[in-house]
Each structure stands twice: as C-alpha cells, then as structure tokens.
Design a protein around this ligand. Structure first.
Ligand code: COA
Length: 166
C-alpha cells in the first residue's frame, strides 16, 4: 500500500500512520514510555485524527511516532477563552534513533496539520523530570503554562506546555 510521505530526514521517512503500523507503534511505545494504551485507543485516535498521527520509518521499520487529538475547550494561553487545540498525546523515538532530529520533525509536522484544521494552540503534558523532552518542546517554542501535581500514576507531576499556533 502507498504510504503518505510528509518528508525525508537523512534515511528516515516521516509519513502518516496507517492502521497496519499500529502494532509497531505499540512496540515503540512499550519500549520508550511508562504510559501505555489499549490497541483500541490507538486505532480510535488514528481513525478520528489521521493527519496528526505520524510515524518515522527507517528501512521499513517504524522507529518513532506522534499521536494527537484535536479538541475544543479552555485555552491554556488566554485566561478566559475557548480555543480549538491540538493535544499531543504521545511522542517517542526509539533510543538508537534519538538526537537525529526525528522527534522534532514529527512534532513540527503535527503542528502544521493542527494549524491547517484551525487549531489556535497546541499543548501537551510532560513529566517534570523529562528534561530531554522538555528541551525539545522549548526549542520548538512551547512554554510551561501550568504544573499538574500528581498527574501520573506514580505521583510525579506533569508540566502542561502550550504553544500559540498561526
Ligand atoms: C523526547 C524524544 C521524543 C526526542 O526524540 P528525538 O528524536 O531524539 O528528538 P530530536 O533529535 O528532534 O531532539 C530535539 C531536541 O530535543 C532535545 N533533546 C531530546 N532528547 C534529549 C535528551 N535525552 N537530553 C537532552 N536533550 C534532548 C535536544 O535539545 C534536541 O536538540 P539538539 O539535538 O539540537 O540538541 C525522545 O527522547 C524519546 O522518545 N524519549 C522517550 C519518550 C518521551 O519521553 N516522550 C515524550 C513524552 S512527553
């Protein structure tokens, strides 16, 4: 099946996810993050938000992914406003493929797609100890908008980071 290519980065193909990629996406998630989801959840996100579910592939193998949801609700950037928002639910690159720009490229593509569907802001939650990911988001322009105490099951706090789009 022809896969929808977004860009190339050295040998990596950054492209839209398809349903047959989901098992590999789940493997990347299991190897990289403590937060896991049911198979159904991945398929539901892909079905509802296919343009912001992106994978990085090298030599036919999925080595990274980002999945997002488009939402409408309270702005994280303005005190009393509602906004259409792109929510980065999960992003990961397999360890041996990190620090090559793959993560940033996937985030950038997702942000572009959010802009195209009218999102005014993007946001995400990140563990307060996850210095690498926080650095990546800050480089792109995200700022810490809030601290969510005991957000994770193990009690760790999350930073809610947000970015104005467009
Ligand atoms: C966070 C993550 C997705 C970054 O993926 P990546 O493909 O390495 O990202 P990039 O190569 O585009 O890195 C971009 C920038 O992020 C920062 N960064 C990323 N990982 C870093 C780390 N471990 N330590 C320090 N800085 C890091 C750097 O500033 C880097 O830019 P530079 O290489 O020019 O210095 C990856 O480390 C990962 O999968 N981590 C485990 C899962 C995770 O924590 N996901 C985020 C959950 S919110």
């Amino acid at each position: 099946m022809q896969k929808a290519l977004l860009s190339r980065l050295d040998g990596y193909e950054i492209r839209l996810c398809s349903s047959d990629d989901i098992p590999e996406v789940i493997t990347v998630n299991m190897l990289t993050l403590p937060e896991h989801y049911s198979d159904y959840f991945y398929h539901e996100i892909l079905n509802d938000h296919p343009q912001t579910f992106i994978v990085a592939e090298l030599d036919g193998k999925v080595v990274g992914y980002i999945m997002c949801r488009i939402e409408y609700g309270l702005s994280h950037l303005r005190r009393f406003g509602l906004a259409r928002k792109g929510h980065i639910i999960s992003v990961a690159t397999l360890g041996e493929h990190r620090a090559k720009g793959v993560g940033s490229r996937m985030v950038q593509h997702a942000l572009e797609e959010m802009g195209k569907v009218g999102c005014k802001e993007a946001y995400l939650e990140v563990r307060s100890s996850n210095d690498g990911a926080i650095k990546l988001y800050e480089k792109i322009g995200f700022k810490i908008a809030n601290t969510l105490q005991s957000y994770y099951k193990d009690g760790e706090a999350a930073y809610l980071m947000a970015l104005q789009l467009g």
